[in-house]
Ligand binder design. Structure first.
Ligand code: SF4
Length: 709
């Protein structure tokens, strides 16, 4: 159908792709979405957008969509379509059978940052009131759980301290382990605008990314550190700050615990963190570390933005704490133009953290072990709740392999493609008696499912997303769900089938419940968001329309904490057999594991994950541009086409993970962050060898056939 010039309807909604959360005016014609126009009044994007939100929306009508619930007795049998009632009844009877046979803790659930706040909240409610345990986790476990831990430990709140526009008042911008130009493009453009106005830029990243150098925008200092050395380098930056007395004593005395600061000062001031010691280990010139420290501390307004290059390490939480410490020491928190800000990869990672899809916390970051907190939920929900923390995603898969965890309900996630050590995940999936997947398409994970519940896309439902600046915005239904139910209605159907009677007239009532039970969301409602456009939490009597900047007068615990951040090198080491380090990231036109964007015209820009390798490493292995290469680690192997690149240093290789057939997670390790189990995606020791170039095409994506002897 040709795209009509004039729509017959337009509806304001929020992009579901990245954590910028751009507002769009969706134009409709004859019940079909035909155009996404960036919304000028959108407070996160001010009328800007990137190629994902603007063009990658047609996946919702893709013929691969599943439009009826399906069941099968085992994963080698064909699917059988059933009614929603049959699907719910069958799922509930399987979950109850398994709990009766193996115990209450043998089942669990996983929610997704692609889902709305209301859906995420209902998934944790499902675990607590229907499964009667706390075996609930969400995919921020594998991306930003260290943010929640590390920022809570230092600043007292696991969220961005600023609103995006704050960067327009920054004098120095420190970007650590993030590439906003590709991963958060609209924010990346705003950052570049500020740099063109004269702000200084420091980047810590193993790659020479677009953020480091692009037309009219170049980092003043690029610390191209060896993957896995973040904590050593950030401690070294702090070392320079304390040794050269660049810290803000007045701020520390009034806002922090001075004695703690003195301990921290002695710790990072130790010779082992001097740039002369850390530099050689991290592959950096000591003077560059000193330069970065002096620039950041001089401000006068310095701000930090960071991403998965900080969190997805065995010391992810420690890395986040390093950033909190640094901001505190230099007094760079609690006003415009400064702060510490995680850039969230998926649209609702912040909501995934806020809404209680954690095995140890209810919504609002309150512990299930706290009797008074639990009592407030028990009173609202009318039943006793389990006081024992439940299993994390990683624990669930380990327990499945051990034979003690037998069933899982996964909403909107594809762990077989997205989680590390894919062979381990697939073995765990095979070991379960009931896998329930709720998604748009038959994903890699759905290949292991016994029950498939067809979900609704973000264009087919009402709800809210919370973006990377804590901004809660409306997701609005543009068209009816293809399979008949919105995702929140599916989870309510599951809860009812399990025997807990539950009813909401619409999704707004779920947010009302969130507001009732979660302090930071206290004043939040669909009506408020409709009236003011979007609302940043905390929102309540003191801030009825939300809060742009956190920590202005005090931290949530009164004073902030300096944490000691000892550097412990990762166990993932290079050796003669695996001499290269693989690190992973994203590309502008594709999103995450590509489930949606691969099914849109955006494949015209990028239709294949490739291996970036430095010319010296390629030459040593006889690999030329476009050659197929095998990448092998201690955990598995895969094949990618080589792209010779100056963006990576010798010894480091890089790829994206947007295409299932790339099987990048077949080679990543199952090492994880010491505090949160966030996987160490960013460091895998590998070897690369050239493959024969015999190529065939499979679903439009070429693969190598034979390995060279
Ligand atoms: S992907 Fe991110 S930057 Fe791009 S339009 Fe969507 S929210 Fe905005």
């Amino acid at each position: 159908m040709p795209i009509p010039r004039k729509p017959d309807q337009s509806v304001v909604t929020t992009c579901a792709y990245c954590g910028v959360g751009c507002g769009f005016k969706a134009e409709m014609f004859d019940g079909r979405v035909v155009r996404m126009i960036p919304w000028k009044e959108g407070k996160a994007n001010h009328g800007h957008s990137c190629v994902k939100g603007r063009f990658a929306f047609d996946y919702y009508r893709h013929p691969d969509r599943v439009t009826a619930p399906m069941v099968r007795a085992s994963i080698d049998q064909p699917w059988r379509e059933v009614t929603w009632d049959e699907a719910f009844t069958h799922a509930a009877s399987e979950l109850k059978r398994i709990q009766a046979q193996y115990g209450r803790g043998s089942v669990g659930a996983v929610s997704s940052s692609r889902c709305t706040n209301e859906e995420i909240f209902l998934m944790q409610k499902f675990a607590r009131v229907a499964l009667r345990n706390n075996n609930i986790d969400n995919c921020s476990r594998i991306c930003h759980s260290p943010t929640q831990f590390g920022l809570s430990a230092t600043l007292g709140a696991g969220a961005a301290s600023q609103h995006f526009d704050s960067i327009l008042q920054a004098d120095v911008i420190l970007v650590v382990g993030a590439n906003p130009t590709e991963g958060h493009p609209v924010f990346g453009s705003m950052m570049k605008r500020r740099i063109r106005q004269g702000a200084k830029l420091i980047v810590l990243d193993p790659r020479r990314t677009e953020t480091v150098e692009s037309p009219h925008c170049r980092a003043d200092v690029h610390l191209a550190l060896k993957p896995g050395t973040n904590v050593a380098v950030l401690n070294s930056v702090a070392h320079v700050v304390v040794r050269e007395k660049l810290y803000d004593e007045a701020f520390i005395r009034s806002r922090c615990h001075w004695k703690e600061f003195e301990q921290w000062m002695a710790f990072v001031g130790d010779h082992r963190y001097s740039p002369e010691v850390v530099g050689p280990e991290a592959g950096l010139a000591p003077e560059d570390i000193r330069c970065a420290a002096r620039l950041y501390a001089s401000g006068p307004r310095s701000t930090i933005y960071y991403g998965l290059g900080v969190t997805e390490h065995s010391q992810g939480s420690t890395g986040v704490m390093c950033l909190g410490n640094l901001a505190l020491a230099c007094g760079m928190i609690g006003r415009e133009g400064v702060g510490v800000n995680p850039l969230r990869g998926q649209g609702n990672v912040q909501g995934g953290s806020c809404l209680g899809s954690w095995p140890h916390m209810f919504s609002g970051y309150r512990f299930v072990t706290d009797d008074s907190v639990r009592a407030s939920f028990e009173q609202d929900w009318g039943l006793a709740l389990d006081p024992e923390p439940g299993l994390r995603i990683t624990n669930m898969f380990d327990a499945a392999l051990a034979g003690t965890f037998k069933a899982i309900y996964i909403q909107g996630e594809d762990p077989v493609q997205s989680d590390p050590n894919q062979n381990h995940i697939m073995a765990a999936m095979r070991n379960m008696e009931c896998v329930i997947v709720q998604d748009l398409f038959l994903t890699e994970t759905a290949k292991f499912a016994h029950i498939f519940l067809p979900g609704s896309s973000s264009l087919e439902k009402n709800g809210t997303f919370t973006n990377a600046e804590r901004r809660v915005s409306m997701v609005r239904k543009l068209t009816a769900p293809l399979a008949g139910l919105e995702d929140w209605e599916i989870t309510v159907g599951m809860i009812n089938a399990m025997g807990y009677p539950l009813r909401y007239d619409d999704a707004s009532q779920v947010l009302d419940e969130v507001a009732r039970l979660s302090p930071a969301y206290q004043g939040m409602s669909f009506a408020l968001i409709d009236r003011v456009g979007s609302v940043q939490w905390p929102c309540g009597p003191d801030a009825p329309e939300g809060t742009e900047v956190l920590h202005i007068k005090a931290f949530p615990r009164g004073k902030a904490n300096f944490m000691l951040t000892g550097y412990v090198p990762t166990q993932e080491r290079t050796d003669d057999r695996y001499p290269l380090l693989l690190t992973t990231g994203r590309i502008l036109s594709q999103y995450n594991v590509g489930t949606q964007t691969r099914r849109t015209g955006n494949v015209a820009w990028y239709d294949e994950d490739v291996l970036e390798i430095h010319a010296l490493d390629a030459l040593a292995r006889g690999i030329g541009e476009g050659d197929w290469a095998s990448i092998a680690s201690r955990y598995g192997s895969t094949r990618l086409r080589a792209k010779l690149s100056e963006r990576v240093s010798p010894g480091v290789i890089y790829t994206t993970f947007h295409f299932a057939q790339s099987k990048v997670n077949a080679i990543t390790s199952d090492l994880s962050d010491w505090a949160t189990n966030c996987p160490e995606y960013k460091v895998t020791a590998v070897e690369v060898t050239k493959l024969q170039t015999s190529v065939r095409s499979e679903a439009g994506n070429p693969v190598a056939e034979e390995e060279q002897a």
